[in-house]
Design a protein around this ligand. Structure first.
Ligand code: GLV
Ligand code: MN
Ligand code: MN
Length: 407
C-alpha cells in the first residue's frame, strides 16, 4: 500500500470509481473473478492491511477484515459485495463496503472501544451475473449451497466456477462452510435503496423489514430450424413465438397479481436473421410478496407457456436455477437499529431485491439492513445514484449502528 490511506468515504469512493466502468454507457462491469472485480478485491486487501485490520479469507474468496479490539467473541460484521450486474451502477454493493470501512474509521477516531470484534466483509458473486446463482459467496460461506453443487456452474463462455477461481489463484482445497452464529453475533448490510420509498418519505436512511422471495427460472424452448423466406407461416415450429408470448404472459400475470416478473436475458440459436430459430433460451426473474404467491405466479406463467408451446409445435423445459425464500429480518434487531435517534426513527421498509444479508439471516445469523436514499430509485443500471451527503449520512448511521451493537 502506498503512503496515503484514504480514511474517509469520499476519497475511497473516488479511488474506486473508475474501476470496471465502461466508457460507452458509464455503467460497471465488475464480474466475479475477472479483472475489474479482482482489482477491487486487491483494493480491499490494501485497505485492510493499511488500517491494521486482520484479513480473513475463506476458500471461496469471501473476505472479512477484522478490527480485533476487545475480547474474542462472535463479531459484529458489516459489509456487502464488490461485484456488479452487467452494465450496473456504482453503488449496489460497493456503497456497503466503503461505508463500512469509513464507519470503522469514524469509531476509531471517536476512541470507541468495541466490546466484541467488528468485521468489514466483501462477499463474492452476489449478483450471480457470471454463474447465475444469486449470492453465491455468502451461500457457500454459510453452507446454504455446497461446493459440490456450485463448482461445476458455467459462465456464458462455458468456463466452470472452479476453473475461473483457479485462474485467479483461488484453489478451493477445503470447501467447508464456516460462517455461522458462533462466528458472527450479527450482520448489518448497508445498501443503496433500489426503489423510491425513502424519497417519498423524505428520509435519507431506512431499515429493512423483509426481502420478498425471488427466483430465476430458465426457459429452454426448442423448435424446428428452417428458411425464413420459403417456409410457409403455417408450417413453422418457431420457438421465438413461444418465448414472445411467454414474456407477455409473465408481464400480464405479474401485473394482475401485484407482483414482479421480468425476462431480461435471452439467447437464440443460431441467431440468424433469415432463419426460423432452432431454439430460444430465456431467463425469467420473478419476485412476490410470499413464497406461495411466487409458486403460483411461476406456475401460471409456465402453464401458459406450455399451452403456447403446444400450439406452436415447440418443446419447453423450465428449470429453477436459483430460488430464495422470503426473509423476515430479526424485528428486534431492526427496531434496535431504527429507533431512538435524535432526529427521529428511521423508516422500516420491505425490499424486493436479494442481498447477502438475506442469506445470512436465513442461516440463523441475526441480520439487518440500512438503506441510503436513491433519488430516482433506479438500480442495476448506469443511472443508479446516491447523493454524497446521503452517503455520508449512511456512514454516520452505520457507525452509530455498529456502536450500538458492539457496545
Ligand atoms: C440483487 O441485486 C437482486 O435482487 O437481483
Ligand atoms: Mn444488485
Ligand atoms: Mn447489492
Amino acid at each position: 500500500m502506498g503512503a496515503s490511506v484514504p480514511d474517509h468515504f469520499e476519497e475511497m469512493w473516488r479511488a474506486i470509481e473508475p474501476i470496471g466502468r465502461a466508457d460507452r454507457s458509464g455503467g460497471y462491469f465488475r464480474q466475479p473473478f475477472a479483472a475489474a472485480e479482482r482489482e477491487l478485491d486487491g483494493w480491499f486487501v490494501e485497505q485492510a492491511s493499511a488500517r491494521g485490520l486482520r484479513l480473513e479469507t475463506d476458500p471461496f474468496g469471501n473476505r472479512i477484515a477484522w478490527w480485533d479490539s476487545g475480547p474474542s467473541l462472535p463479531g459484529v460484521v458489516t459489509g456487502s459485495h464488490l461485484d456488479s450486474v452487467l452494465d450496473g451502477g456504482a453503488y449496489d454493493g460497493p456503497l456497503g463496503v466503503v461505508t463500512a470501512l469509513a464507519a470503522v474509521e469514524v469509531l476509531r477516531e471517536r476512541g470507541f472501544r468495541p466490546a466484541r470484534p467488528i468485521g468489514v466483509s466483501a462477499f463474492v458473486e452476489e449478483e450471480g451475473s457470471r454463474f447465475g446463482l444469486a449470492c453465491l459467496g455468502s451461500r457457500l460461506a454459510t453452507g446454504a449451497t455446497t461446493w459440490e453443487q456450485a463448482r461445476g456452474l458455467r459462465d456464458r463462455d462455458g468456463v466452470q466456477l472452479e476453473e475461473a477461481m483457479a485462474a485467479v489463484g483461488l484453489e478451493v482445497e477445503n470447501p467447508q462452510p464456516w460462517l455461522g452464529s458462533e462466528h458472527l453475533a450479527c450482520f448489518v448490510e448497508l445498501h443503496v435503496e433500489q426503489g423510491r420509498d425513502l424519497v417519498d418519505r423524505g428520509a435519507a436512511i431506512g431499515v429493512a423489514s423483509r426481502i420478498w422471495p425471488h427466483g430465476r427460472y430458465r426457459f429452454d424452448i426448442s423448435g424446428e430450424p428452417n428458411h425464413a423466406g420459403t417456409t410457409r407461416m403455417e408450417d413453422r415450429h418457431d420457438p421465438m413465438l413461444t418465448y414472445a408470448m411467454t414474456a407477455l404472459a409473465a408481464n400480464k400475470q405479474a401485473r394482475v397479481a401485484g407482483q414482479r416478473a421480468t425476462f431480461g436475458r435471452v439467447d437464440t440459436l443460431p441467431n440468424s436473421t433469415n432463419s426460423v430459430p432452432s431454439g430460444v433460451t430465456a431467463w425469467m426473474d420473478a419476485r412476490c410478496e410470499s413464497d406461495e404467491a411466487l409458486a403460483e405466479l411461476v406456475g401460471t406463467i409456465t402453464r401458459q407457456a406450455e399451452e403456447r408451446a403446444d400450439r406452436d409445435g415447440t418443446r419447453l423445459a423450465v428449470t429453477a436455477e436459483s430460488v430464495s425464500g422470503a426473509v423476515d429480518f430479526d424485528p428486534d434487531l431492526a427496531r434496535r437499529v431504527a429507533e431512538d435517534h435524535e432526529a427521529g426513527d428511521w423508516p422500516i421498509l420491505p425490499t424486493q431485491a436479494g442481498h447477502d444479508a438475506g442469506i445470512l439471516s436465513a442461516q440463523g445469523i441475526p441480520s439487518a439492513m440500512l438503506f441510503v436514499r436513491n433519488p430516482t430509485g433506479v438500480s442495476h443500471s448506469p443511472a443508479e445514484h446516491a447523493e454524497m451527503p446521503d452517503c455520508l449520512a449512511g456512514v454516520d448511521a452505520l457507525a452509530e449502528t455498529l456502536q450500538r451493537l458492539a457496545s
